[in-house]
Design a protein around this ligand. Structure first.
Ligand SMILES: *[C@@H]1O[C@H](CO)[C@@H](O)[C@H](O)[C@H]1NC(C)=O
Ligand SMILES: *[C@@H]1O[C@H](CO)[C@@H](O)[C@H](O)[C@H]1NC(C)=O
Ligand SMILES: *[C@@H]1O[C@H](CO)[C@@H](O)[C@H](O)[C@H]1NC(C)=O
Ligand SMILES: *[C@@H]1O[C@H](CO)[C@@H](O)[C@H](O)[C@H]1NC(C)=O
Ligand SMILES: *[C@@H]1O[C@H](CO)[C@@H](O)[C@H](O)[C@H]1NC(C)=O
Ligand SMILES: *[C@@H]1O[C@H](CO)[C@@H](O)[C@H](O)[C@H]1NC(C)=O
Ligand SMILES: *[C@@H]1O[C@H](CO)[C@@H](O)[C@H](O)[C@H]1NC(C)=O
Ligand SMILES: [Fe+2]
Length: 428
């Protein structure tokens, strides 16, 4: 009798897991402007529709979108449907509730806050790289803080899940479920890292939807007084996927910087913050490119020295550059071509003469943290191998604040700086 019951239960389990229209892996990102939000989720089987019901105070509106079939690149060809719906013309600084799915199954109810259109808005972001499915040390802190409403957006600076394609994409699914308590509430903005490389970055390109038309490999977006630029450092390291990706990104970056630094744009959004996965500089041990002098992303492709990005950062006056990949935290003095350009000796970060580089890649993954070499180079200001993540708050057009949180030390702030710019523009 008991055995028969167990057998029946097992059969029900098998059948019900075979067909599933239940939304999972819900996550948000910014659309083409700050008042557009893209909602994404996955279902095992194809649903008749992809719908988001949403509104301020209740589910009074409805938007529909599309789903695409995603097949893991390996021989097992596991498949899922990935849905994306764009919510247009949202009201600034409002709390929206939403759920997603279709009449065949709905997600939990979630909420998000839209960007403000007021110049007094002081957006705050959490920023980190290298967060895995295993040993995701920062995850509980981020889940707690996001749901308390501390952040307006997240920047995940490459290397997800370790790896999203592992076990035929199951690790990617697990990871997307782990971050849902974050990513269903705030835009989760990304860039590709080396761990996304499998099958030409197919998991990254399919699972995230970033602004622009480069499948999320490079893009920019605006948030209050900041113009954020996301680049793929990986185009320089996996040339087998096409040299044209290096040239296309470089041309796009230059054009984007030109537009962002036009007098009318820069007077409204003076801060330009770029992020990408592999650093131009680092003082870690090992043989990563950042431990070498002529990093590809900095000085250009090997031998040719074409398409190096550091000069662009300098010429267009990029204020801040954020990297990951090294599983550690490192803050540099204002730096260009291995020369420190402090604002002054007393206040290096007040009106500095070069971009400020910061590496924050110790969010936690199964590969442990990255040690530093013994000496502190003259261009490095502070470093730590504690697990953790960074917070950034943009106070106004002149003041930007950043701090690094150690999760080893229960959330203690181990480093902080004010970047102060009375004017923004080319350092040249
Ligand atoms: C649902 O998806 C599973 C897994 O991809 C597949 O084997 C099954 O045939 C699908 N069922 C329907 C009704 O589409
Ligand atoms: C897929 O490839 C892996 C490694 O080559 C192998 O171990 C596995 O058995 C293959 N699976 C199928 C379904 O062919
Ligand atoms: C989905 O579409 C199929 C085929 O058009 C239809 O038979 C079914 O009733 C629809 N399901 C729902 C829940 O609308
Ligand atoms: C890899 O993907 C990118 C983006 O879709 C594409 O432009 C490129 O041609 C692909 N490379 C190869 C070798 O398939
Ligand atoms: C200002 O920025 C917008 C995008 O945010 C761009 O479309 C526009 O061309 C820029 N203006 C100039 C003069 O470059
Ligand atoms: C930059 O400022 C820091 C802090 O005062 C100082 O330690 C460092 O030596 C300065 N570097 C240069 C090149 O002035
Ligand atoms: C910008 O913010 C900083 C920090 O809160 C403050 O000290 C400064 O006075 C502000 N500047 C302006 C122009 O509001
Ligand atoms: Fe990496």
């Amino acid at each position: 009798m008991v055995l028969r019951f167990v057998v029946i239960l097992c059969c029900i389990k098998l059948i019900s897991s075979f067909v599933s229209y239940q939304p999972e892996q819900v996550h948000l990102s910014y659309g083409g402007n700050p008042y557009e939000i893209v909602v994404m989720w996955s279902t095992t089987n194809q649903t008749n529709e992809s719908v988001v019901e949403y509104g301020i105070g209740g589910l009074i509106k409805q938007a529909t979108g599309l789903s695409t079939l995603f097949v893991s690149g390996d021989n097992e060809t596991r498949s899922q449907y990935i849905h994306r719906v764009t919510l247009l013309q949202l009201t600034p600084r409002s709390k929206y509730v939403y759920h997603c799915g279709s009449d065949q199954g709905w997600s939990d109810l979630f909420w998000f806050m839209t960007s403000s259109d007021e110049s007094t808005w002081t957006p705050q972001l959490a920023i980190f790289g290298d967060l895995g499915n295993e040993n995701a040390r920062s995850l509980p802190h981020l889940q707690e803080e996001v749901q308390r409403g501390m952040y307006d957006a997240i920047l995940h600076v490459g290397d997800f899940a370790y790896d999203m394609d592992s076990e035929n994409g199951l690790i990617g699914d697990e990871f997307m479920k782990q971050i849902q308590p974050i990513s269903a509430y705030v835009p989760y903005m990304t860039c590709p890292g080396n761990h996304e490389e499998a099958y030409n970055f197919s998991n990254y390109r399919a699972r995230f939807n970033m602004p622009g038309n480069s499948e999320g490999l490079w893009y920019s977006f605006n948030m209050g007084p900041v113009h954020f630029i996301s680049v793929s450092t990986e185009v320089y390291y996996f040339l087998e996927y096409g040299l044209k990706l290096v040239t296309k990104q470089y041309a796009w970056l230059e054009q984007d910087l030109q537009e962002a630094t036009s007098p009318e744009n820069r007077s409204v959004r003076p801060w330009i913050v770029m992020y990408g996965h592999r650093p131009m500089y680092c003082s870690n041990t090992g043989d990563d490119d950042c431990t070498h002098y002529g990093t590809y992303t900095r000085v250009g492709l090997p031998f040719l020295h074409w398409f190096g990005m550091e000069k662009l950062l300098y010429d267009y006056g990029v204020d801040l550059v954020i990297w990951a990949h090294e599983h550690s935290y490192e803050r540099l003095w204002p730096l260009y071509d291995y020369r420190v350009h402090n604002g002054s000796y007393e206040e290096p970060y007040r009106d500095p003469g070069a971009p400020v580089h910061i590496i924050s890649g110790s969010a936690g993954c199964k590969e442990d943290t990255s040690p530093f070499r013994g000496d502190l180079p003259y261009w490095s200001a502070f470093r730590s191998t504690d697990y953790g993540y960074m917070r950034m708050r943009i106070f106004n057009k002149t003041h930007l604040y950043m701090e690094q949180i150690s999760v080893d030390k229960e959330g203690e702030v181990i480093d902080h700086i004010w970047l102060i710019k009375n004017s923004h523009g080319s350092y040249a």
